[in-house]
Design a protein around this ligand. Structure first.
Ligand code: GLN
Length: 488
């Protein structure tokens, strides 16, 4: 059946009684049925669990127990979020068959809010990548052009939302993995301030950078989903315990009087013309709505990518040491314990994960620590200082989310550096711990989506959503992908 394609509209329809949570689930499962052969957004759809949850949501609502805007809404989860009783693989062979005994905090919060968990979405193995091609279970594809990638690493979540096989999804963002796939699939993706969404139950990649966040069709939906998952959690020692921004109330405030910085370093060589033109047109639109536009320079952004590719692999090499064939998933036997561990890790990790572990281990080794990791930490401090200087002059920053639109499958697979460059615009916010989000602003000449990134200082989600909502209104982006239906 055809169902509303936003959380807000579905939520209203549920309360008007024009449809049920069971209908919403039917609607997304029907879309999945029509599109999964082409997209492979999901690794695993939990038909039974979702059905039970949808029926419980309906019974709850009928009994007058309204759990708020996510009640009865079908949501997909990136498969690096632990789900009790449901296989969680990180798209890696090393976790094949692993069933977590607990829910991630974000998953518990969604269940408490009455959301219906549809299933687990595909990703680059351990969230390392920008195309979802590094999945051990095969790539996902882009609903706008099934010969192209959906971005990554949360490509399955983004593809599912763009295709309508979920009304919203959670992803994780270490260097851009929510925002870049959102940009490439015409969806909204938010990386919240570091510490505001609990990482408990998120399988760690680089702990000082990882954040969970929403991928949705609209800015309002992103606000609804974010408000459901964030908040202090004593189970995450980096969790923020102060007062949280109120994002929903800022959506209609407009940009009149706001000072918006355009980042000089995030343009020029390597940026597609259509992307630059769409962003420039949007900046003019914001100016017409009363924003004061300021060109700003953050020289440290030029070296952010290099710093990231030392810090992220260093933390990953340490985090991934736990996958040893003893505690989780895969075990490949050997004569000795050491041989068992070496074989398990050798067979269990794919090539990109292996590359990161090697890079990280090397960067942290005696004699190199200061030259590599120490230097990268100094770059991180420089980025924070640059941002502090700029945020004294402006309220928010804008840039493209990704220098290019969705690229053809396979195009960057043999060139890790080209793949790494996909995140050139998104990485600085992770290194700084600041919030940033992507909003669709149009299509290029091939009909592929373009995203604009809005960045704000730590805990600046109110101003970030204010700008994002205006960008969304100005863009009027309501195009939907036409996915060829394969008979079968
Ligand atoms: N593409 C980047 C990487 O491969 C970012 C990934 C992410 O944010 N998880 O590390």
């Amino acid at each position: 059946m055809s169902i509303p394609d936003t959380i807000a509209a579905a939520s209203r329809a549920l309360r008007e009684g024009s449809l049920t949570a069971a209908d919403l689930l039917d609607g997304v499962l029907e879309r999945a049925q029509m599109t999964e052969a082409q997209l492979h957004a999901y690794l695993n759809i939990d038909h039974d669990g979702a059905r039970v949850a949808a029926e419980a949501a309906d019974a709850d609502l009928a009994a007058g127990n309204d759990r708020g805007p996510l009640h009865g809404i079908p949501i997909a989860l990136k498969d690096n979020l632990c789900t009790r009783g449901m296989e969680t693989t990180c798209a890696s062979q090393i976790l094949a068959g692993w069933i977590p005994p607990y829910d991630a905090t974000v998953v518990s919060r969604l269940r408490e809010a009455g959301a219906v968990i549809v299933g687990k979405t595909n990703l680059d193995e351990f969230a390392m990548g920008s195309s979802t091609e590094n999945s051990a279970y095969g790539p996902s594809f882009n609903p706008w052009d099934i010969t192209r990638v959906p971005g990554g690493s949360s490509g399955g979540s983004a593809a599912a939302v763009a295709a309508g096989s979920a009304l919203g999804a959670l992803g994780s963002d270490t260097g851009g993995s929510i925002r870049q796939p959102a940009a490439l699939t015409g969806t909204v993706g938010v990386k919240p301030t570091y510490g505001t969404v609990s990482r408990y139950g998120l399988i760690a990649f680089a702990s000082s950078l990882d954040q969970i966040g929403p991928i949705t069709r609209t800015v309002e939906d992103a606000a609804l989903l974010l408000e459901a998952i964030w908040g202090h959690d004593p189970k995450d020692s980096t969790s923020y315990a102060g007062e949280y921004p109120q994002v929903r109330r800022s959506l209609d405030a407009g940009v009149d009087g706001l000072r918006i910085g355009v980042v000089k370093e995030l343009s020029g060589e390597g940026y597609e013309l259509a992307v630059e033109q769409a962003v420039a047109a949007m900046v003019e639109g914001l100016a017409r709505q009363g924003a004061e536009i300021v060109e700003v320079s953050l020289p440290s952004f030029e070296i952010a990518l290099s710093a990231y590719y030392l810090i992220a692999p260093a933390e990953a090499s340490s985090n991934l040491a736990r996958f040893d064939g003893v505690r989780y998933g895969l075990r490949v036997d050997g004569e000795t314990t050491e041989e068992m561990m070496a074989r398990t890790r050798g067979q269990g990790f794919g090539p990109e994960v292996t590359r990161r572990i090697l890079l990280g281990t090397y960067a942290l080794s005696a004699g190199y620590y200061d030259a590599f990791y120490g230097q990268a930490q100094r770059v991180r401090a420089a980025i924070r200082a640059d941002l502090a200087r700029v945020y004294a002059q402006v309220d928010a920053l804008v840039s493209p989310t990704s220098p290019t639109v969705a690229f053809p499958a396979g195009a960057r697979l043999d060139d890790p550096l080209a793949m790494y460059l996909s995140d050139i615009c998104t990485i600085p916010s992770n290194l700084a711990g600041d919030p940033a989000m992507s909003v669709p602003i149009g299509l290029d000449q091939l009909g592929l989506p373009i995203g604009m990134q809005v960045m704000a200082p730590s805990l600046g989600e109110e101003v970030m959503f204010r700008v994002a909502a205006e960008v969304e209104r100005l863009a009027g982006f309501d195009a939907r992908p036409e996915i060829p239906v394969v008979a079968g």
